[in-house]
Design a protein around this ligand. Structure first.
Ligand code: ZN
Length: 315
């Protein structure tokens, strides 16, 4: 079975032609054109599929199915996408029907973070684990719950919003309207909001002057780089971010008896300093029965997780 997996991001969409084992036969990408119109984005999807269908034909294959990961809430039964925040021109879009009317194959859609977790489950760091929670750290905190090697969707498809677990009921306001969500600390913008005053006060950090003169130019990648070059201040910021994430991980382990967490996305590249923070706080806070089993691993597929997971929606 040859499938096409597409991961729609806010700025670009990535697509792969894959074999069932996850081998990628061809890849392509297009700008998402999120600010143009709904149909402009959908045309970009068609254009990716056209290119990959032609590539499949060149090697004597036909495409049997299309899987699409979308950054928004999805009615899985009807294949409808609701108000994805990063696709502002989309309201309620019957994406599965739209795609089926042009491509007479099986079409599946799911949330992008669910697809990333499924990609890791089939082809990445989650291959050896039947149950885990996959986290993608970026502008927000995406997540997918994998139970018995499948995505756990909840009653209506909305499960897995790890980023909106509250870790301080008086904490800062999150995008969702609630206070003190994980995302209100670990999402890129929020994390830099906390980091910049610290860097502005700590003259020992190589980022100190930039934090004073041009704070908007600083990103989590700068913190990671400075930390790996030995900056204790940046390392401290990342360790604190990890500790905060670990608080929510302990709660999730207690609630679900899932003890494996696979973490990817932007700041996960910070490596040991972040992961040590996560492991330290998760292990000290989880119930005793979970502590020895808690396994917190970096994701292994990088940016390909979403499209490979989307392709495996058909499996
Ligand atoms: Zn929230």
């Amino acid at each position: 079975m040859i499938t096409i997996g597409i991961d729609i991001g806010g700025t670009s969409m990535k697509a792969a032609l894959t074999e069932p084992g996850g081998a990628v036969l061809a890849k392509t990408r297009r700008p998402t054109l999120a600010d143009n119109s709904r149909d402009a984005t959908i045309e970009q999807l068609h254009s990716c599929i056209e290119e990959l269908t032609a590539k499949a034909a060149e090697s004597g294959h036909t495409v049997d199915g299309i899987g699409i990961g979308v950054p928004g809430t999805i009615d899985l039964e009807r294949g409808v996408v609701y108000h994805p925040p990063n696709l502002p021109q989309w309201d309620e879009v019957p994406l599965a029907d739209i795609m089926r009317s042009r491509w007479p194959v099986d079409v599946r859609i799911d949330n992008d973070a669910n697809c990333a977790a499924l990609g890791e489950a089939h082809f990445g760091a989650g291959r050896d684990y039947d149950n885990f929670i996959g986290l993608t750290l970026g502008t927000g905190v995406g997540s997918g719950i994998i139970l018995a090697n499948r995505i756990y969707h909840g009653e209506r498809g909305f499960a897995g919003e790890f980023g909106h677990i509250t870790i301080d009921y008086n904490g800062p306001r999150c995008n969702c309207g609630n206070l003190g969500c994980v995302e209100a600390y670990i999402g890129i913008r929020y994390m830099m909001r906390d980091a910049i005053p610290i860097l502005q006060n700590e003259s020992s950090s190589p980022l100190h002057q930039r934090a004073r003169n041009n704070p908007e130019s600083l990103s989590p990648e700068d913190l990671s780089r400075a930390a790996s070059d030995g900056d204790a201040v940046s390392a401290g910021v990342l360790r604190t971010a990890g500790e905060r994430l670990g608080v929510a991980i302990a709660s999730a382990a207690n609630l679900l008896d899932i003890t494996t967490f696979i973490i990817g996305g932007g700041i996960s590249a910070a490596g040991d300093v972040l992961f040590d923070g996560i492991r330290g706080s998760a292990t000290s806070r989880a119930l005793r029965v979970h502590r020895a089993r808690l396994t917190i691993l970096p994701a292994s597929l990088g940016n390909d997780a979403g499209m490979l997971g989307a392709a495996s929606l058909l499996l």
